[in-house]
Design a protein around this ligand. Sequence first.
Ligand code: M6R
Length: 604
Amino acid sequence: MCGIIGYIGNKDVLSIIISGLKRLEYRGYDSCGVGFVEEKQLKILKTKGRIEKLQKKIEKTNTKIAVGHTRWATHGVPIEENAHPHTDCQNRFAVVHNGIIENYESLKKILIKEGHIFRSETDSEVIVHLIEKFYNGNLKEAVKKTLSQIVGSYGLIVLDKQQMVVSRKGSPIVIGVGENEFFVASDISAIIEHTKDIVYLEDYEIAVINENGYSIISKDDQLVEKEIQKIKISLEQIEKGNYKHFMLKEIFEQPTTIKNSLAGRIDLNNLTAKLGGLEEVLTQEPLKKIKRIMILACGTSWHCGLVAKYILEKYTRIPVDVDYASEFRYRNPVIDSSVLTIVISQSGETADTLSALREAKEKGSLVLGVVNVVGSTIARESDCGVYTRAGVEIGVASTKAFTSQLVVMFLISLYIGRKINTITDSQAKEIIENLEKISRKIKIVLKDAENIKAIAEKYKNSNNFLYLGRGINYPLALEGALKLKEISYVHAEGYPAAEMKHGPIALVDENMPCFFIANKDQNYEKVISNMNEIKTRGGKIISIATEKEIEDLSDEIVYVPKTLEVLSPFVNVVVLQLFAYYISDFLKRDVDKPRNLAKSVTVE
Ligand code: M6R
C-alpha cells in the first residue's frame, strides 16, 4: 500500500520524484506529496488526489534531495492534511511512511502532553514527533530510538536538510545506487529507469544516505556490507506501450508470461518438473511424511489456490485445504510438521498472507512460497519456493499473475506426484504435452477479444451478474465475479453452478445475466441442466463453451479451445478477464486504478 521514493543527486530532483511517484501510483492513489530542501529550509507540497495535480503545484527548484509519497488511506481520510510527508513541530524533519503504527494512539497522547502539535489524523505523524523528541544532533540515533517505541509495520524515509535515514519492518524498501546519486523506493519500478543496481534492505536495518554514499546498520548496531544486485526488469515491462491500459496489456501478455513460467522447468527425461527452489528442501523424505497440504492466500491468489486443490489432489492424492490467509491466522489452526503449507502471492508483501506464513512456520509446518516479486518478504521468509515469472504486474486487477501461478501449481503437483509416485509416466507425459500447448490456446482466445467486447457492450448496463461453474471451474466463477466487481463496481457473485438452485436462483430474471463456464467436461450435462433452470426463469445466459450444442441455450456464447479438463481454467479465465476489462472501460472506470483499491495490501 502507498508508494515511497527518495532521491539525492544532481539531476532534476523533483522530476525524478514525480516520475517515480507516477510509477508507484498503482500502489495507492488517494493523495500524495513531496518534501525537499530549498534555501536550507524543508518545503512540503501535498494534494488530495492524483500525482498530476501535485505536479502542477511544483515550480523549478535546485534542490539536491527530496522524498515523495503516494497514499492509500488507512488512518485519516484522504485529504491534503493527511497526505505525507509529515513534519515535526519545528519543520526540521519530514517523514514518508508505508505501513501501520498500531500503538499510535497512546504515543500520540504522550506526545501531545509533552507539547507536540499534530496536524493530521494519521498514525504516521507520531514517527516524526518521536524523532523530534529524541533528536540531539544525530538523526540516525533518533530514528533508532523512535523505531524501538513503535509497534506495527513500516517502510520509511526520514529527510533532513542533507540526508535521508531509511528503515523497514514488514514493508519493502530498496536503495538504488547510481553514479553519484542514490535512490530509495518502496518498489523498484519507481527507479528502474535510472538504475538497475539495487540493495535490498532487511527488516530493522537502518540506512543513512547522503550525497557521498550510504551506510547500513543492522538491528544490533553492526555495520552491514551488502551486495549490490543487478535487477533484470526492463523499462518496457513497466510501460503500457500501445495498449490503452496496463490490464489489457497484461491480459495480452499471457501467452508469453506462461511460456516464461514454464521455461527450463520441465525434465523430459524423467517426466517431471525441475524446480531449483524446491530441490534441496522438498526431497522425497519430508514429502513422504506430508499428510496434508494447506494453501494460504488472498483474492485472486486464493482463487488460484482453489484451482490448485483440484490439481494437487488429483495428482498427489494428498488432501488439500485452502484458506483465506486472513482467516487462517485467527482461529488457532490445526497445523504441524505433517502439513506442507503453500502460500501464494503476486506481490509477496500481502500482510495477511505474510502473517499466515509466519503462523504456519511457527507451528512447525514447512512453507513453500509461490511468489511473483523477486526478493519480496514472502519469498524471503518461505522455507523454499518457486517464482512465477509473470513479470511486473501493474494493473490493480491481477491477470497474468494468476495464469503464471496456475502454471507453477501444475509444476509443483508434477514435482510432488513424481517424487511420491502418484503420477504415472503416461499421466506425466499428458500434463507436460498439454501444458506446453496452453500458450497457443490462449492466443486463440485473445483473437476473439472483439466478440467478447461486443458482448460486454451489450451487457454494460446490467447491475448484477451471476457467475457459475463447476468442479475446477467453480473457482473461475469466483474469479470472474471478482474481476468484474473490482474494476467496474458492478455487483457480481460467483457460485458453484449446482448451488445456485439452493438460493441465488431467486435473483434470476431478465435483468440478471448469468455467466456459465460450460466446457465439455465431467460436469457438462449437469451444467446444462443448471442452464435450463436459468433459461426457464427468463434469465440471460452468457456461456464459455467448447461445443456448439449449447448455442440455443445461450444468449451469448464465447468459444474456447478444448484442452484437458484440469487445464481449462487457463482458457476460461482469459474470457472472464477480457469481459470485465471491456465492461469497466465502457463504463469509463479507472481500469488500472479502481477506486478504494491498491495493488498490494500491506496492512491487515
Ligand atoms: O499480491 P497478492 O497476490 O498476495 O494479492 C492478493 C490480493 O490482494 C489480490 O489478488 C487482489 O485480490 C487483486 N486485486 C485481485 O485482482
